[in-house]
Design a protein around this ligand. Structure first.
Ligand SMILES: Nc1ncnc2c1ncn2[C@@H]1O[C@H](COP(=O)(O)OP(=O)(O)OP(=O)(O)O)[C@@H](O)[C@H]1O
Length: 580
C-alpha cells in the first residue's frame, strides 16, 4: 500500500489536471444526486396533485441534469486519463534512466525480461489504476458519503438499514486487497518469466534450430504459459470468493428497503414519491460499492506493480562519484594495480587475487591466460565497471575512485569481447560516442580497423542500415566496426578485450599493425587481451594470468625462457588459431 501512496504522490506533477478530474467528479456526483430529487418533485408535486406544469418543469430539469452528467463524466475520464498518461511517462523515464545508471553488478543479478516487464506491463497496470480505478474509487466514496447524508435526512431508519452494507463490504474489500497483493505480484513475475523464454528464443533462434530443440522450447514456453494462467486463475478465484457476498448483501438491502419502506408508506409515514426517490438513491449507493469491488483487483494489481517498479527506481547505485570527485583529463601512462583482489557479487571464489603491476608511458601490454583466468575482470576494473574488493587501482598515482565516472570512462576506449551494434546506419554506429565526427574522421578509423573497403562495397556505403532490420554482418565485420567506434573516441587508455577473435588471422595482423601506430600516437597505455602470437610478440610486456593471479610478466622471449605455463597457453590458445 505504501507503493500506491507513492504513486498517488507522483500525481502532484499533474496537479491541475488532477484537480480538473476531481472537480468534474464532484459536479457529476451533484448532478447524480439531484436527479432523484427531481423525480420526487415531479411525482409528489406534479403527478399526485395532477399539476402538469410541475411535471414538465421537473422533466426539463432532468434533461439539464442529464446533459450535465454527460459533460462532467467526459471531463473526469478525460483528465484522469491525461494524468495517468503523465504519471506513466514520468515512471518510464525514471526507470529507464535508473537502468542506465545502475552498475554492472545489478545487471548481472537481474533478468532482462523482468526489467522489460517492469518498464512495460507493470507501468501499464499503474497507468490503468490512475486512469480508471482511482477515479472510480474516489467517485464511489464521494457518492457514498453524499448519498448517505441525503438518505439520513430523508428517512434515518431506512437509511441505517441501507448503510449496514457499507462497512461490511468495505471490510471485505480491504481484506481482499491486503490478502491478494502478493498473488497479483506473482502474476507479473510469471509474465516476466514467460517473457524471458520468449527473449531467449528470439535471440537464440539459430541455436534452437541447429540443435532441433523447437519442440522442447515449445514445451518450456507452454509450461510457463500454464503457470501464468494458473496464477491468473488464482486471482479470479480470489475475486469469486469475495464478491458474491457483496452482491448478495446489496440485494438483501433492496428487499429490506422495499418491505420496511412499503410499510411506512401504508402507514402514511413516507410518501410514494419519497420511496421512489429513496429507491433510486439505493441504486446510487449500491453502484459505488460494486464499483469499488470491481476496482479492488486493479488496485491490488497496481500495488504489486508499483512495488516492482519502485524496487528498480530505488535500487542502490553501487558505483557512483565521490562527493569530491575530480576530472580525469590527462594520463602520463602510469597505471598501478596494488594488491588488487576482486570477487563478483554472489560469487563463491574471488576472480582476482592480489594482482600488482605498474605500467610505463606508451606501453602496450598483452594479457594472456587460460579461459576464465580473470583477464576481462582486470579490464573491467580500470573503468570502474566494478570496484575492487581489496587493494587499489591508480592512474598516475590517483585512485580511480577519485575520478568522476563520466570523465574516467570517456577517456578509456574499450572494445568488448562481445560486440553490440545498435540499429541504425554504419556511420551512426561508428560515431556512437562522437555523433558530430566528420566523414573523413570516420573513414580514417574504419581504415585502421580494416573495414573501410567492406563498407564502401555496400550499396549504401556508410549509410547502410545495420542492426535489427538492417543487413546482416559477420562476427568479424561487427568486431571491426566496434574497433572503429572505439578508435574515434578521445581515449587516453585503450583496452582491446579479445576484440579480433572473430577476425581472420591475416586481417587481425593488419589491424594490429595499423593499431600499433594509432595506439602509440594517442594512447598513454594500451591493454590487449591477446589470443594471437602477433599481438603477443608486438607487446612491450606480457602479463600471464592464471586462476586470478598475475603469475609471470615479461617479453615474449623472456617468458618463453622462464615460464612453462606460457608455452602451454601459447600452444593451446594461439598456435591452434594461427594454424587454422
Ligand atoms: N559477471 C560475473 N559474475 C560472476 N562471476 C563472473 C562474472 N564474470 C566473470 N565471472 C567469473 O570470473 C572469472 C574470471 O572471468 P573473466 O571473464 O575475467 O575470465 P577471462 O580470463 O577473461 O576468460 P575468457 O578468456 O574466457 O574471456 C571466471 O571464473 C568467471 O566465471
Amino acid at each position: 500500500m505504501q507503493a500506491i501512496r507513492r504513486v498517488l504522490g507522483s500525481l502532484s506533477n499533474y496537479r491541475w489536471i488532477s484537480v480538473g478530474a476531481l472537480l468534474s467528479l464532484l459536479l457529476l456526483t451533484v448532478a447524480n444526486a439531484v436527479t432523484p430529487q427531481l423525480f420526487r418533485w415531479g411525482i409528489d408535486g406534479g403527478i399526485v396533485p395532477r399539476n402538469l406544469q410541475i411535471v414538465l418543469y421537473s422533466a426539463a430539469w432532468m434533461v439539464v441534469a442529464a446533459i450535465a452528467r454527460g459533460l462532467f463524466n467526459f471531463g473526469q475520464s478525460y483528465w484522469a486519463e491525461a494524468a495517468s498518461q503523465g504519471v506513466a511517462y514520468d515512471l518510464r523515464n525514471k526507470i529507464f534512466s535508473k537502468i542506465q545508471n545502475l552498475s554492472f553488478s545489478y545487471h548481472d543479478r537481474s533478468q532482462t525480461s523482468q526489467l522489460l516487464t517492469r518498464v512495460t506491463s507493470d507501468i501499464e497496470q499503474i497507468r490503468t489504476f490512475i486512469g480508471t480505478s482511482l477515479i472510480q474509487v474516489i467517485g464511489a466514496v464521494v457518492t457514498l458519503v453524499s448519498i448517505a447524508v441525503v438518505l439520513l435526512i430523508m428517512n434515518w431508519q431506512l437509511a441505517l438499514i441501507t448503510l449496514t452494507v457499507v462497512p461490511i463490504s468495505g471490510w471485505l474489500m480491504a481484506r481482499f486487497i491486503t490478502r491478494n497483493q502478493k498473488l497479483f505480484g506473482q502474476v507479473q513475475e510469471q509474465l516476466g518469466n514467460l517473457n524471458a523464454i520468449l527473449q531467449e528464443n528470439l535471440l537464440g533462434i539459430r541455436v534452437v534450430k541447429a540443435f532441433v530443440r523447437e519442440s522442447a522450447e515449445k514445451s518450456r514456453y507452454t509450461a510457463l504459459n500454464d503457470s501464468l494462467v494458473k496464477a491468473n486463475m488464482k486471482t479470479i478465484d480470489a475475486i469469486h470468493n469475495t464478491f458474491p457476498f457483496i452482491f448478495l448483501l446489496s440485494n438483501l438491502v433492496t428487499l429490506a428497503v422495499f418491505a420496511y419502506g412499503g410499510a411506512q408508506v401504508i402507514n402514511n409515514n413516507f410518501s410514494i414519491g419519497e420511496l421512489v426517490a429513496f429507491n433510486s438513491y439505493l441504486v446510487l449507493i449500491l453502484q459505488p460499492i460494486l464499483l469499488i469491488g470491481f476496482a479492488a483487483p486493479a488496485i491490488a494489481s497496481a500495488a504489486a506493480s508499483a512495488q516492482r517498479v519502485y524496487e528498480v527506481v530505488d535500487a542502490a547505485v553501487e558505483i557512483r562519484d565521490r562527493a569530491d570527485a575530480v576530472e580525469f583529463d590527462t594520463c602520463s601512462g602510469r597505471i598501478t594495480f596494488e594488491n588488487v583482489s576482486f570477487r563478483y557479487p554472489g560469487a563463491a571464489t574471488p576472480a582476482l587475487k592480489s594482482v600488482s603491476f605498474e605500467t610505463k608511458p606508451r606501453e602496450l601490454i598483452a594479457i594472456l591466460g587460460m579461459t576464465g583466468s580473470g583477464k576481462s575482470t582486470i579490464m573491467n576494473l580500470i573503468p570502474r565497471f566494478y570496484d575492487v574488493t581489496a587493494g587499489s587501482i591508480r592512474i598516475d598515482g590517483r585512485d580511480v575512485r577519485d575520478f568522476s565516472l563520466k570523465s574516467l570512462r570517456s577517456h578509456i576506449g574499450i572494445v568488448f569481447q562481445e560486440t553490440t551494434l545498435f540499429s541504425g546506419t554504419i556511420r551512426e554506429n561508428i560515431t556512437y560516442a562522437k555523433p558530430h565526427a566528420s566523414l573523413a574522421e570516420v573513414i580514417s578509423v574504419a581504415k585502421t580497423a580494416q573495414i573501410h573497403d567492406f563498407i564502401t562495397s555496400l550499396p549504401d556505403s556508410y549509410e547502410t542500415i545495420v542492426g535489427e532490420r538492417g543487413i546482416g554482418l559477420s562476427g568479424g565485420q561487427k568486431q571491426r566496426i566496434a574497433i572503429a567506434r572505439t578508435l574515434l573516441t578521445d581515449y587516453s587508455i585503450l583496452i582491446l578485450d579479445d576484440s579480433t577473435s572473430a577476425v581472420d588471422a591475416q586481417t587481425a595482423a593488419q589491424i594490429q599493425a595499423e593499431l600499433d601506430n594509432f595506439m602509440r600516437q594517442k594512447a598513454c597505455v594500451t591493454f590487449v587481451v591477446a589470443q594471437r602470437i602477433s599481438t603477443v610478440k608486438n607487446a612491450d610486456r606480457i602479463f600471464l594470468i592464471d586462476k586470478g593471479r598475475l603469475v609471470a610478466q615479461g617479453t615474449h622471449e623472456q617468458l618463453m625462457r622462464t615460464s612453462p605455463l606460457y608455452g602451454v597457453i601459447l600452444e593451446s590458445q594461439v598456435k591452434q588459431k594461427e594454424n587454422k
